[in-house]
Design a binder for this molecule. Structure first.
Ligand SMILES: Cc1cc2nc3c(=O)[nH]c(=O)nc-3n(C[C@H](O)[C@H](O)[C@H](O)COP(=O)(O)OP(=O)(O)OC[C@H]3O[C@@H](n4cnc5c(N)ncnc54)[C@H](O)[C@@H]3O)c2cc1C
Length: 487
């Protein structure tokens, strides 16, 4: 058994004592490994316990694989613009042969290799920095002890790690419907998609949140027939309504079938495919079904409640803005907290936790400046206050929108679908938030993030030079539309 006594159990250590501060991190995803690196840099003794692979679901099954797959889909989508640019792709003029086709086995091989390599890099980096990496499924034994039972990969004997602080960053797993149990072949979670060797003839995607929309768009671009089953009025409920409407129109124009207000109740295998039954009795047939109906926190059975850690009814760990749980010495970060399921937020929560544990300067989590992106084609990037939040809180705001089709660079590039929208305070003129719908919106949103984070006014943004011609020129142009002349 590996065990250490606990020299400083009473909260934050002052700087000279940091060597003595032992932090055990449960879960090696972005919530865990980023925190581990920061804690090591600050001199703490750090152990990361991880049951699958370093980098977590973010690297192995979620962010990295999906965005790598989407890179292939994006290449296919960009070929749509070829005729407008005067480029003829594929076979002979007038032939119906597809411009390009996808070797899904090769795409998925690249996806999995890239994810595995990134996971290995993260493990190597942690070890190089002096973080103790322990493979195995850990659980809390009280608030300041983590136990890793013996098991495959975890060693022959149970290991015990005493800690001054434990950071719980165990993430979440796909929510499964009892009436649509994944079989890994035809009824799939997003983690199982990368085993496909050939493109599904017809993929039924259940769930039109971010994950469902990203995969539906990607598989359509790769050449599959796709039906997107959405229980809500439109795709991407909760996102900017104009962006969601635009995306749904683009999906439909690309030949995707979008079934709104259609709750899927069950999915079962047929002789050569799947049958999805909707709540109103309709049946959707396909070759495969992807069930993307959210995630559940991986917090069950790991000793949290016994250690005094309060959970919500959904099983998420309750945390404050410096990642403290209800149990002294136990912190939590990432998807298991349900605060905002993004890798960037998980990493920030984890870093905040270790700064707090180690008595370093702490900036409480501020979600007002989180930039997020939906990797569809076009992408949808957002930052700051949404229009729905501004309306719901009764805040005063002004807004302006410029369609991408009016941007000179977009015209040259043959891009049509998208817009730039900003929200600003009508008196202080401060930029409150923004939405960019465009190819590579994830890259374009940064100036708006800077404006929101640093409380810049629309005039500050409007007066900065942009390259001519450039897509970012639209951001300055929208800021100019919001300029208020002096009285
Ligand atoms: C398809 C998909 C695409 C996404 N794309 C993006 C994106 O583009 N950008 C973005 O910011 N976010 C994206 N997300 C969200 C992002 O994946 C999560 O927010 C992020 O992974 C959360 O990090 P985490 O550290 O909390 O959890 P995870 O990354 O899930 O890591 C948790 C780790 O804990 C381990 N673990 C669990 N229980 C134990 C235990 N008892 N003992 C030891 N180890 C344990 C797990 O094995 C796992 O490795 C996406 C999510 C999905 C589903």
């Amino acid at each position: 058994m590996w065990s250490v006594s606990n020299p400083s159990p009473n909260g934050p250590a002052s700087h000279p004592d940091l060597q003595a501060t032992r932090i055990v991190v449960l879960g090696g995803g972005p919530g865990g490994y980023e925190a581990a690196l920061v804690a090591r840099r600050l001199g703490a003794d750090v152990t990361v316990v991880e049951q699958e692979g370093l980098g977590g679901a973010a690297v192995l099954t979620d962010v990295v694989p999906s965005k790598t797959l989407i890179a292939a889909a994006e290449w296919m989508s960009s070929t749509e613009r070829a005729p407008a640019l005067g480029i003829r792709l594929g076979g002979t003029p007038g032939s119906d042969a597809p411009a390009a086709s996808v070797d899904l086995a090769a795409v998925n091989q690249r996806v999995l290799a890239l994810a595995a390599a990134q996971s290995a890099d993260i493990r190597a980096r942690l070890e190089r920095e002096g973080v103790r990496v322990v493979l195995g499924a850990g659980r809390l034994d009280g608030p300041r002890r983590v136990v890793v039972p013996a098991g495959p990969g975890a060693g022959e004997r149970e290991q015990t790690f005493d800690a001054d602080a434990v950071l719980v960053a165990v993430g979440a797993t796909p929510r499964e419907l009892p009436t649509a149990v994944p079989d890994g072949e035809r009824i799939l979670t997003w983690k199982q998609l990368y085993n496909l060797q050939t493109l599904p003839e017809k993929l039924v995607v259940v769930g039109s949140g971010v994950t469902g929309a990203e995969f539906a768009g990607a598989y359509r671009a790769l050449g599959a027939e796709v039906t997107l089953v959405s229980s809500r009025d439109r795709v991407l409920p909760g996102e900017d309504a104009d962006a969601a409407e635009l995306l749904e129109n683009v999906f439909t124009a690309r030949g995707m079938e979008v079934l709104s207000r259609s709750r899927a109740e069950a999915a079962e295998r047929t002789a050569d495919g799947v049958r999805v039954t909707l709540a109103d009795g309709r049946v959707v047939e396909g070759s495969h079904v992807l069930v993307a109906v959210g995630a559940v926190p991986a917090t069950a059975g790991i000793g949290l409640e016994e250690a005094g850690v309060a959970l919500t009814p959904s099983g998420h760990v309750v945390v404050d803005k410096v990642s403290r749980t209800s149990a002294r010495g136990v912190y939590a970060a990432g998807d298991c907290t349900g605060v905002l399921p993004l890798a960037s937020v998980a990493a920030m929560q984890g870093r905040i936790a270790v700064h707090h544990v180690l008595g370093d300067a702490v900036h409480p989590l501020n979600l007002q400046t989180v930039a997020a992106n939906i990797f569809t084609a076009p992408e949808i990037a957002t930052v700051g206050k949404s229009e729905a939040a501004l309306r719901a809180s009764g805040s005063k705001y002004v807004t302006a929108t410029l369609p991408l089709a009016r941007n000179p660079r977009a015209k040259m590039l043959g891009m049509r679908d998208g817009f730039v929208k900003l929200f600003a305070h009508p008196e202080a003129h401060v930029v409150l938030g923004g939405v960019i719908v465009s190819p590579r919106a994830s890259e374009l949103i940064f100036p708006v993030t800077l404006a929101v984070a640093h409380r810049l006014t629309v005039d500050d943004v409007a007066e900065a030079f942009t390259v001519y011609p450039s897509l970012s020129g639209s951001i300055a142009e929208v800021a100019r539309m919001l300029h208020q002349p002096l009285d």
